[in-house]
Design a binder for this molecule. Structure first.
Ligand code: THU
Length: 130
C-alpha cells in the first residue's frame, strides 16, 4: 500500500512546475475514506509565493469535498533522497492528521523500500488552536 502511494507521488512529481529551483516534488495522500489525492509543487516568479506539493495535495482534497483525516502521506523528489516536508507543510499535515501517532509520513528509503515515520517523529509539540 505504501509502495503504491510512493509510486503515485513519483508520477505526479513529473508534473511539477519548478522553472526556478528545478526541484521536483510529488505527494500522494491517503485519507481514511480510502481516497487518494496528489499534488506537485508550483513555483512563481515571486519565489515566496511558491506552493509545495504536499499543500497542493491537501488543498485538492479539501476542494474535492474530502472530510476524513489523513492516514498517510507519501512524498517523493527525484532530486533528493528522503525529501521531508518543510515546516509549513508539517503544520498543514497536522491540521488534517488523524493524530501524530497514527498519521504516517512515507519516504523512499535507500533500497527503494518505503521508510515509514510517524507525524510525531518529525513534528512534535506542534501548534494547536484550542
Ligand atoms: N518543496 C515542496 O514541494 N515540498 C516541501 O516540503 C519542500 C519544498 C518545493 C518548493 C519549491 O518549489 C522547491 O521544492 C524547492 O524549494
Amino acid at each position: 500500500m505504501y509502495q503504491e502511494l510512493l509510486q503515485k507521488a513519483k508520477e505526479i512529481s513529473k508534473n511539477a512546475y519548478c522553472p526556478y529551483s528545478k526541484f521536483q516534488v510529488g505527494a500522494c495522500i491517503l485519507y481514511e475514506s480510502g481516497k487518494k489525492y496528489e499534488g506537485c509543487n508550483v513555483e512563481n516568479a515571486s519565489y515566496g509565493l511558491s506552493l509545495c506539493a504536499e499543500r497542493n495535495a491537501m488543498s485538492s482534497a479539501v476542494a474535492n469535498g474530502e472530510k476524513t483525516k489523513i492516514k498517510a502521506i507519501a512524498i517523493y523528489s527525484p532530486n533528493q533522497k528522503k525529501c521531508l516536508p518543510c515546516g509549513a507543510c508539517r503544520q498543514w499535515i497536522a491540521e488534517f492528521a488523524i493524530n501524530d501517532k497514527e498519521t504516517k509520513i512515507i519516504l523512499e528509503d535507500d533500497n527503494s523500500t518505503p521508510l515509514v515515520l510517524n507525524l510525531e517523529d518529525i513534528f512534535p509539540y506542534g501548534f494547536k488552536f484550542e
